[in-house]
Design a protein around this ligand. Structure first.
Ligand code: HSE
Length: 446
């Protein structure tokens, strides 16, 4: 006996929603052979009803009120593609309360309110699926939650924001500063009119927060994440990094350390020879290090209509298969059984940035005179910070002919961030250090 198609209601039919509709249409035979039943978009809610109708045609009911979709007893699954924490949160909770499964691409919502949403879903016996929330079309949630389930995960490092990776690639390629490239990226449609969440690292931190919870079995804790974007990066640092054999990438990092979990987003120097250092343009990539599997790498499109739809539909298929299963037998939302998460949080707190241990790139604009290098390296030595490499440019090259200033670039070995903060403050106070010191963290990823 063939089962009746599962009925899906779509909230918001913009870029991703249209992709979901089109891919479901195009591949419906294969998808239903995999799912064991058809998957049918039965109802769409969008404020722009006419545009929605132009996408889905006359056979699908289109309304301008999302609550009409939630109230429809025939709908089994609600896809939320509205975004943000406001109305989207209310609608997701209402859909859960109405007994609907939810599929969402909303990383902000889950990173900030995930604990509340997953608890509501568990209490109601419905699923909240979110493959599209992290790295678009890359099935990284599936990989972490199921494929790597045997492993004790050690760390994850990802390029999980395409906008910033595009900007960094352009800065390196063309030797341009951030502001110039941002304007160009906006003109070409690679960056949004309000690019704040992307360029300040917030979008990447939402995604890193979700991966951290799944990797380590702790609740989502966006408020504990360290977030630093790319707005202060200069073309000079990208060039110096390259001369030292590194590229600068905005990485989302989460790591199991001795005393807890590191959860941070910031620009990082990565050795040029690592595969992830060569991920260019708007592409995404995630490296996962597990104790059994070793290093694995996932690469693909992190945004866009059909890549993101690919992830949304994978969730629809999962739900179509598990719909009738006993809730206890489903894969837990965050991979670990929910009652184990809060205990783990005590044992594995998210560490403050001062407790993070990493290595550093420092650039100091200094007076080009005798004894400056000795003073600077002396302060590092006193604090127990070990130097990996030093690069000093000719003053003429840095400041033009006859310049009396130069750039001093220092790479350090692993140091606690709190220690580094203190030494930087001491170096900054030297009269021969002429401008604010640039500090970029460095990740060897080996
Ligand atoms: N704005 C994101 C990016 C995609 O640039 O990667 C959606 O999270």
């Amino acid at each position: 006996m063939t089962m009746k198609p599962i009925q899906v209601g779509l909230l918001g039919i913009g870029t991703v929603g249209s992709g979901v509709f089109n891919v479901l249409q195009r591949n419906q035979d294969e998808i239903s052979r995999r799912a064991g039943r058809g998957i049918e978009i039965a109802m769409v809610a969008d404020l722009d009803v006419e545009r929605a109708k132009s996408v889905v045609g006359s056979k699908v009911q289109v309304v301008n009120d999302a609550r009409a979709v939630i109230a429809n007893p025939d709908i089994d699954i609600v896809i939320e593609l509205i975004g943000g924490y406001g109305v989207a949160k209310a609608l997701v909770l209402e859909a859960i309360a109405a007994g609907k499964h939810v599929v969402t691409a909303n990383k902000a919502l889950l990173a900030v309110h995930g604990t509340e949403i997953f608890a509501a879903a568990s209490a109601k016996g419905v699923m909240v699926a979110f493959e599209a929330a992290v790295a678009g079309g890359i099935p990284i949630i599936k990989a972490l939650r199921e494929g790597l389930t045997a492993n004790r995960i050690q760390w994850i490092a990802g390029i999980i924001n395409g906008t910033t990776n595009f900007i960094l690639s352009e800065m390196r390629d063309k030797g341009l500063d951030f502001d110039v490239v941002l304007k160009e990226a906006q003109r070409l449609g690679y960056a949004e009119a309000d690019p704040t969440f992307d360029i300040e690292g917030v979008d990447a931190a939402h995604k890193a927060t979700i991966m951290s919870a799944i990797a380590f079995g702790i609740p989502v804790q966006f408020d504990k994440a360290y977030v630093e974007g790319i707005t202060k990066l200069g073309a000079a640092d990208i060039k110096y990094a390259e001369q030292l054999g590194y590229r600068i990438k905005l990485l989302g990092i989460t790591k199991r350390a001795e005393k807890g979990i590191e959860l941070r987003v910031h620009p990082s120097l990565v050795p040029s020879k690592r595969l992830i250092a060569n991920v260019e343009g708007a592409m995404n990539a995630v490296v996962v290090q597990g104790d059994a599997v070793g290093t694995t790498l996932y690469y693909g499109k992190g945004a866009g209509s059909e890549p993101t739809a690919s992830a949304v539909i994978a969730d629809l298929v999962d739900i179509a298969r598990l719909h009738t299963a006993d809730p206890e037998h489903r894969v837990p939302h965050l991979a670990f059984q929910p009652h184990t998460l809060t205990d783990a949080m005590g044992a594995l707190p998210v560490l403050p940035m001062s407790e993070v241990v990493t290595s550093y790139y420092l650039r100091l604009r200094v007076a080009d005179q005798a004894g400056v290098l000795a003073k600077v390296t002396g302060l590092l030595a006193e604090a127990g910070v070990s130097i990996d490499a030093v690069l000093q440019r000719e003053a003429d090259e840095v400041g033009g002919e006859g310049s009396t200033q130069t750039d001093l670039i220092i790479l350090t070995h692993d140091t606690r961030e709190g220690t580094m903060d203190a030494v930087i403050a001491q170096m900054q106070a030297l009269p021969t250090v002429l401008a604010p010191i640039t500090r970029i963290r460095k990740e060897e990823l080996n």
